[in-house]
Design a protein around this ligand. Structure first.
Ligand SMILES: C[S@@+](CC[C@H](N)C(=O)[O-])C[C@H]1O[C@@H](n2cnc3c(N)ncnc32)[C@H](O)[C@@H]1O
Length: 294
């Protein structure tokens, strides 16, 4: 499996890793960005990689983990300060959050992230959590489902899809991606099926993992533990996610605690859009920390 890191060159330009500096990669995934940071921080800079999904970590090839300057810890980046403290990781010069799921989640996790496979409807990054996609689909009210599909999926047939789910689950519990896809197909029909299924699956993943709630916490706690002059870069794949990062960064800039590195979010160029379809919706924002207090 190959996970191609998104906006790699631009992220490195934003973080400016230098020899001897320490970075936290809050969403380690398959370590693509971390690898590039490690090369630039040699000979003695360290990377602390945090990854919420223990199964993803267990599937990592040795070649990715095998670096004395890399510490990998399982946990959520919302606990970034506690994890850094636990691992005695100090003098933090930069933090990266590359949000969402990795190619491994879609291709190999077996956790139901893709509508084009037939898998159990799980979608949890961390199995410590009790909330699965199946629980949402089978137990939430029509109004709650509609809100999730509308707010997190920006799906205009949210109400119809929610109603179809509620009707179908009376007959039989919806436990697989295939069953859910068939219900979406009935409502959507025609050429829009893939598009609507993508949005519904994305919305469920965001709800299951509380992805939007996590971002603000991660930024606040990460900002606190960074050195002055340290840089934070966040890559998002969803316009609402980008809105959260934009607001947070603007607040920090307005209060004089940080400066924005880019005026507008950085997006991928034509070549990357062709070679890595995941990059098409990616947006990168970055700040430099000026001071802790305003
Ligand atoms: C887009 S991938 C990161 C890819 C990585 N930058 C690379 O180049 O290989 C996002 C990763 O973050 C993980 N993740 C999602 N939410 C997280 C959280 N709250 N804390 C830590 N990791 C999280 C996912 O499991 C996934 O592996």
């Amino acid at each position: 499996m190959v996970h191609i890191p998104v906006l790699l060159k631009e992220t490195i330009e934003a973080l400016e890793p230098k020899p001897g500096q320490n970075f936290i990669d809050g969403t380690f995934g398959w370590g693509g960005h971390s690898q590039a940071i490690l090369e630039l921080t040699a000979p003695d800079g360290m990377v602390l990689g945090i990854e919420w999904d223990r199964e993803s970590l267990a599937a990592l090839p040795e070649s990715i983990k095998d670096n004395k300057r890399l510490i990998i810890e399982s946990g959520s980046y919302t606990e970034i300060a506690a994890i850094a403290q636990k691992r005695n990781f100090n003098r933090i010069n930069g933090i990266l959050l590359d949000l969402g799921m990795s190619s491994w989640h879609v291709d190999e996790s077996g956790k139901g992230f893709s509508f084009s496979k037939d898998e159990p409807l799980d979608m949890r990054y961390s199995k410590d959590s009790q909330l699965t996609a199946a629980k949402i689909v089978n137990e939430y009210t029509a109004a709650e489902l509609e809100r999730i599909f509308r707010d997190y999926g920006q799906e205009d047939r949210a109400k119809k899809i929610a109603a179809a789910i509620v009707k179908a689950r009376v007959q039989k519990r919806i436990d697989s991606t295939r069953t859910l896809s068939i219900i979406i197909e009935r409502v959507a029909g025609g050429s829009s099926v893939r598009n609507r299924a993508t949005k519904v699956f994305q919305a469920l993943r965001i709800a299951v993992n509380r992805e939007f709630e996590n971002i603000s916490q991660g930024i606040d706690r990460g900002f606190q533990i960074m050195e002055n002059g340290g840089r934070m870069a966040v890559i998002t794949f969803h316009s609402l996610e980008d809105g959260i990062v934009k607001r947070k960064f603007q607040e920090l800039a307005r209060s004089g605690r940080a400066k924005l590195i880019f005026k507008k979010p950085v997006e991928c160029g034509k070549d990357e859009a062709v070679s890595n379809p995941r990059a098409r919706s990616a947006k990168l924002r970055a700040i430099e920390k000026i001071s802790q207090q305003n």
